[in-house]
Design a binder for this molecule. Structure first.
Ligand SMILES: CC(C)(COP(=O)(O)OP(=O)(O)OC[C@H]1O[C@@H](n2cnc3c(N)ncnc32)[C@H](O)[C@@H]1OP(=O)(O)O)[C@@H](O)C(=O)NCCC(=O)NCCS
Length: 404
């Protein structure tokens, strides 16, 4: 049986919605008229058809992500599903093979996704991008070990009223980080700031110093959520960004003053969030690191060119044969200096050798070359690992707080 692998047409987008409804068992709505259907343009999709029947759905948002001071054009893969009767026939592999080639043609040098099962995507060369730290803490346990509380007094707004200063802070907060999305207006409106019947209104506490806004926390506040005789309310943090330590501390001091709140939950903090190191009893955060997004370099020389760097060095990396991105195979001379880098095909002997997945973990700053070498995932001497780490380390833990 041969399948047609092509984007869905406008008149086939209802079928695309129904694929999402079934694959995700209603998580994004049942029926054709659901979130999956409305989040995508037909040209972002790449689906497998058996005649008129959509057998596999796939789409990728054209996002831009921060990359340690640079930016990368990123294919945000989503809405992947094969009808059960068509599974295990290689349809997703065919789509991924074609999709990587098309991403490269479009100038998308990297791709990523939230996986329903990690096992699906590791075979396509995706590696973890950082991780997601989860907190669940009672307000009475938010006490700093040095006894200091924040000195800035937040102002509370409805989140949408605070959109302009929030966007300015977010832009500065993510500028030097890796993995954060450039959020379009629709992302602010439909995700971070979207009120639902369940969540109630979405609030924003903004802190300013004498000159400008320096941090915000966007959150919801609901009663009867916590089994506690006196403090049954819950705060759920949607987003938090800060430009200096005083702003950060002031936001948590503000949250801690919600005396009727028995639980503050934050599901998507970065792993370098400072709270664990500031609290007198960090165990009461009940923090846990969970899987975040998955990430892959699609076009190696372009991705290397677009990312930002702080270190310098020169190293020849051999990428092992990969049928999904064959243009990346072979030896690359990677040269980094003064904030930028290049990768050129090299006839020189390689200093080290790794596969596409390992290169992706290194490139995003998620793993160090030294660790990857210890784990048997990079072959090469210690000197090459030091150079790789000088080049690819990131100033902040890579992270993507946005679900898509
Ligand atoms: C995941 C899914 C899209 C795979 O679709 P498919 O068309 O059957 O995929 P393929 O036949 O191309 O198989 C892809 C590979 O994954 C493997 N695979 C498929 N399903 C798997 C599973 N549940 N667990 C582990 N491996 C699996 C196959 O063996 C194959 O490996 P190979 O290419 O190395 O030989 C399909 O199982 C599905 O729709 N699942 C439910 C929805 C879902 O999880 N979507 C992903 C959202 S992030």
């Amino acid at each position: 049986m041969t399948f047609d692998i092509r984007p869905a047409r406008a008149e086939e987008m209802d079928q695309f919605g129904l694929m999402g409804a079934y694959s995700y068992a209603g998580a994004f709505g049942d029926g054709a008229d659901n979130v999956v259907r409305h989040s995508h343009q037909p040209e972002w999709t790449l689906c497998a058809f058996d005649g008129p029947t959509m057998a596999t759905s796939y789409a990728a948002f054209p996002f831009t992500i921060r990359a340690n001071g640079g930016t990368l054009a990123y294919a945000g893969i989503t809405a992947v599903g094969t009808r059960p009767e068509y599974r295990r026939r290689g349809l997703l592999r065919q789509i991924m093979t074609q999709a990587f080639a098309e991403q490269r043609e479009r100038g998308q040098s990297v791709a990523g996704l939230w996986a329903s099962q990690a096992a699906i995507y590791q075979r396509y060369g995706f590696a973890a991008l950082g991780a997601r730290r989860q907190y669940s803490v009672d307000t009475v346990d938010i006490q700093f070990h040095d006894g200091m509380t924040g000195t800035l007094t937040p102002e509370r707004h409805t989140a949408t009223d605070a959109l302009d200063p929030v966007k300015t802070i977010y832009r500065d907060f993510i500028a030097g980080r890796f993995g954060y999305l450039h959020r379009a207006q629709v992302m602010w409106r439909d995700t971070v700031m979207a009120a639902t019947d369940e969540s109630g209104p979405v609030w924003c506490a903004l802190v300013h110093n004498e000159h400008e806004p320096r941090g915000y926390v966007i959150y919801t506040l609901r009663a009867n959520k916590v089994k506690h005789a006196a403090r049954g309310q819950e705060i759920v943090i949607r987003d938090l960004a800060w430009l200096d330590a005083e702003a950060y501390r002031s936001l948590w001091s503000y949250l801690s003053q919600h005396d009727l709140v028995g639980r503050i939950v934050w599901e998507n903090a970065p792993v370098d969030d400072p709270l664990v190191d500031l609290l007198a009893e960090p165990r009461m955060l009940h923090h846990r690191d969970a899987e975040g997004t998955w990430f892959r370099v699609v076009d190696l020389p372009q991705a290397v060119r677009e990312r930002g760097y702080d270190g310098s060095g020169s190293v020849v990396v051999e990428i092992e044969p990969d049928t999904l991105t064959p243009w990346n195979n072979g030896n690359w001379l990677i040269d980094a200096a003064a904030g930028s880098a290049s990768a050129e095909h090299s006839r020189g002997e390689a200093d080290c050798r790794m596969n596409s997945r390992t290169f992706s973990a290194l490139f995003s700053g998620t793993r160090s070359a030294r660790d990857l070498q210890h784990w048997g995932l990079i072959a090469g001497p210690g000197e090459a690992m030091r150079t790789l780490d000088d080049i690819f380390h990131t100033n902040f833990a890579p992270h993507c707080p946005d679900h898509y």
